[in-house]
Design a protein around this ligand. Structure first.
Ligand SMILES: O=C(O)CCC(=O)C(=O)O
Ligand SMILES: [Fe+2]
Length: 303
């Protein structure tokens, strides 16, 4: 199961001091201009610099777990301080991305009763996927900071390690999924993620940082037939073979998937080149919970 990062008390102390140094940053909307102060803090503090290296390594190294999990309550006392801590942690892990504009860094993943149940803000399961799946530069890192958990007991965070999942596939499946037979809709108006690809392989071997990226979203399969998301000139039989390979990858991802409730204050940063993620169904009767008491995850991205 998902383990928290073991934090030395000396590191805790330096993080607390660091947050005081960074107190001019608005935790609600950190700006690109704030990066210099964070970088300076990290570079000039040997303990923090080493901590950042360990953090980065635990997320990015294939020998390690592929994620970083921390209970911010052990370091700070308020949501605002926890946001600033999260910004610092994300800067340690990589290069933060302002995906839509310079003002908004956090995406508030709250629960809305009128949203599509299977998507962002919905009350159903948001099936395993990669965010910005069809962009040339998929954001390498996602951070989820739990502000509130679901009072009715749902809303698990789902993660599946695709390096494990492809272990269940045949060479032929891997070959078919490694060819650019797929397409998907692109989010509008996003920045810093490269270009939207017209077609792409689900297993993209030469994409980013010398690592393959799994351009995978479970949400694709329901559209295969109607929307023509599988591209091949070789006829219906080939198309069905490709869909078969995709289905087996989807099943393998479900098999290796792990789920857990992010507790309020917990911060999870994970590698999108390794893990696909999702959200478990919310507990029943969400309408009985006022909107400002419902599950809330604060999300951000980094390269
Ligand atoms: O709410 C969550 O925990 C995740 C939501 C998500 O992955 C998304 O909306 O893309
Ligand atoms: Fe997502």
């Amino acid at each position: 199961m998902f383990e928290e990062f073991r934090l030395e008390s000396t590191v805790c102390d330096e993080l607390i001091k660091g947050l005081v140094i960074l107190q001019d940053i608005d935790p609600a909307s950190p700006r690109k201009e704030n990066l210099a102060a964070v970088r300076e803090l990290i570079n000039e503090n040997r303990i923090l610099a080493e901590f950042c290296n360990d953090l980065k390594n635990s997320i990015l190294s294939t020998q390690e777990k592929g994620y970083f999990l921390l209970d911010s309550n052990k370091i700070v006392n308020s949501d605002e301080e926890a946001r600033l801590l999260n910004f610092l942690l994300v800067c340690c892990a990589g290069e933060p991305i302002w995906l839509f504009n310079d003002e908004s860094f956090w995406f508030e993943l709250g629960v809305k009763l009128d949203a599509d149940p299977g998507r962002t803000h919905g009350v159903g399961e948001n099936k395993l996927h990669v965010d910005m799946v069809g962009y040339s530069r998929v954001p390498r890192l996602i951070s989820f900071h739990s502000m509130r958990k679901d009072l009715n007991g749902g809303g698990m965070t789902l993660l599946a390690d695709m390096e494990k999942a492809i272990g269940f596939l045949s060479d032929e499946d891997i070959k078919l999924l490694s060819s650019p037979h797929f397409k998907y809709w692109h989010d509008e108006g996003v920045r810093e993620v490269g270009t939207g690809l017209d077609q792409f392989p689900v297993i993209d071997h030469n994409s980013l940082a010398g690592r393959r990226v799994y351009r995978f979203t479970s949400k694709m399969d329901q559209h295969f037939e109607k929307e023509g998301l599988v591209l091949t000139h070789e006829g219906e039989q080939k198309k069905q073979k490709i869909i078969g390979s995709f289905t087996r990858l989807s099943e393998a991802a479900e098999k290796v998937r792990e789920e857990f409730v992010l507790q309020p204050g917990q911060i999870l940063i994970f590698d999108q080149l390794r893990f696909v993620h999702g959200r478990g169904v919310l507990g029943p009767n969400q309408q009985a919970i006022p909107e400002d008491k419902r599950r809330l995850i604060s999300q951000c991205y980094a390269h």
